[in-house]
Design a protein around this ligand. Structure first.
Ligand code: HEM
Length: 179
């Protein structure tokens, strides 16, 4: 993944746990040179190693690390200069979710090696939404839960999100409803 992602993991750990913990996580992940250029693509194995090492070091399961990371990502990207893009993508949570693919397509304009996720929102009669998430990567559904929680905070709406039973590999579904 692009260095921006690994840098965000670093940012989250530094903010919540400090420098010493970050050093221990990098040592556990056996990273020789834990520094990344935001706009350069790196092997996904680095990102997964960081999540695994953070989970072991902090005594949290990796789903909890990924969820915290997803939530942090919605504010980190704004700090990193993507605030205008985020604002252009919708004035409500539903509209924003509908535009996630066009947003990643735009990002792909400056990050040509991006392997973006795919999202599709299906509005339900009761006002809730089913969000389909498709990815070439494994195990990132908990990150999506954190991302949606972060977006709900951004739009100041109270939601509940529940992951539905997965029917096929690379395709996860979530129900998002007002709480
Ligand atoms: C402007 C803000 C954002 C930027 C700059 C951004 C950029 C990126 C980048 C660089 C990656 C790594 C993919 C790669 O390097 O190949 C990524 C992955 C991902 N993004 Fe975004 N993103 C943004 C917002 C969001 C939001 C709001 C969501 C909400 C659902 C989201 C969902 C994901 C997911 C789930 C992945 C994991 C990749 C996968 O599933 O294969 N992103 N994004």
């Amino acid at each position: 993944m692009y260095g921006l992602v690994n840098r965000a993991i670093e940012g989250l750990v530094l903010e919540k746990f400090g420098e010493e913990t970050w050093r221990k996580i990098c040592a556990r992940a056996e990273l020789q040179d834990p520094s990344w250029v935001a706009m350069q693509a790196y092997d996904d194995a680095i990102t997964y190693a960081l999540v695994g090492a953070a989970s072991a070091e902090l005594g949290m399961d990796s789903a909890a690390v990924l969820e915290a990371f997803g939530e942090y990502w919605t504010s980190y990207t704004i700090e990193e200069g993507y605030g205008d893009l985020m604002s252009m993508m919708g004035g409500s949570l539903d509209e924003f979710l509908d535009n996630l693919d066009s947003m990643h397509a735009r990002i792909g304009g400056t990050m040509p090696e991006l392997v973006p996720p795919g999202f599709e929102r299906e509005p339900q009669e009761d006002g809730s939404s089913i969000l389909h998430y498709r990815s070439e990567r494994e195990g990132l559904a908990p990150m999506v839960i954190g991302l949606i929680k972060g977006l709900a905070r951004r739009f100041d709406v109270a939601i509940e999100i529940e992951q539905l039973e997965s029917t096929s590999a690379g395709h996860d579904c979530f129900r998002i409803s007002a709480s």
